[in-house]
Design a protein around this ligand. Sequence first.
Ligand code: ZN
Length: 462
Amino acid sequence: MRGKATLAAGLSLTLLAAAGFCRERSRPNIIVITADAMRADMGGFSGDGEVKTPHLDALAGQGVVFERAYTNITTTTPSHATIFSSLYPFQHRAYSNKARISDRIDTLFEIMRGAGWHTAAIVNMRWLNPEVSNIVQGVEELARCRHVRGAAATNRWVLPFLDRQRDGKKPFLLWVHYVDTHTPYRAPGKYARRYYPAGRDPRDPRFTSLAEAWKQFPAHHRDNEFIKRWLGGITDVDYVIGTNKGSVSWLDENVGRLIARLRKNGQWDNTIFLFTADHGESLGEHGLWFLHGGLFEPTARIPMILKAPGLPAGRRVETLVSLVDVMPTLLKMAAVPVPAAAQGEDLRPLIDGDVRQRVVFMEHAGAYLRALVTPSYKLIVHRRTRNIYPAYPIRKGRVELYDLAADAGEGKNLADEKPKLVARLRKLMGEIRRGAKVSFSAGDAELDDQTRAMLRSLGYTE
Ligand SMILES: [Zn+2]
């Protein structure tokens, strides 16, 4: 009798476990990759014929490419704060890489952890560590940044993590931060010269292009010991641009390795996979060299590719989207409630063919500039006066308006010609700000000497 009861109890436990296991299996894993400062116009998936990205192209073929995706702020900490909270910068109040967001903000990690996901992240800038930015609140397993970690070293942590999750009872949420596309661009080995003419010497003293570009560097870059070391001896600016392109192909190679491991582990089909960037990068447009200043297209636009169970393959969405949309989209797909404070929208209806008109609101570090992008125009409003960029002075009260369809290079300011449109867009900007009911306070984090040095090494002021 006793034996039978034990057997029955054992059987029912087994059945329950099996049922539970099935339930767990149906909940998708989520991976968010942010390629720091990667431009939207590089790689085959973006329509670019030069920079080779076979793995991202294959990902695009299996998922959805958002062709007009924008950041909401062009600096690393503020932008990641937006990705993982669906709050605009004027709400989370992080406006620099020194900022520390409020504990009261509900991050994607906290929400998913509460819903039963195992949460993990690997960050590769020191100010993304929890004691500085506080963005990773809710992350259970964190690979902190001590020193700079390139994509290969990042994968040396990520791939074993994926292996460990293979038999995990819980689905996981993993954020992978790659920094290879951020200055100093990392294009190791064959990637360094892949997009530079064979036989040309980037140190040939007859080239003057880098010296010319150098004059347009912000003062804190011209005198920066790390930037001098990075670019020292190079005379041809095209070589540096080539290394940026090479860094994209190198990153692609490493994303390919990550995807291959997910496939090998049998995790791929049940994983929501988002590839995006925190902001873009200017490579000389408007006199802005090797930085993400200003709100012009090279810096403001980002790549965004989403693959998930049940999503149509090979779809391309032209409607405007931005980083505030990331969290609601991921939560909806995981069937986890979206918090009322979220400012973005679930992008699934757009994927399914909804062609509604949308706008994107964005800001510049330090709240110096604000911009509104519509399907046709971009309005940029200067809110303070700052002489950071010699070729692009920021002047309080200045307004720029560009017709993005007719003038993709944003060369002709139409603000004086179209005052009514400017007024309408300014009003819309105000409505977006007033419509956001929730806001938090952020403080400046305490920075240690190593973090200060790292800020300088990547071209930031303290
Ligand atoms: Zn960044």
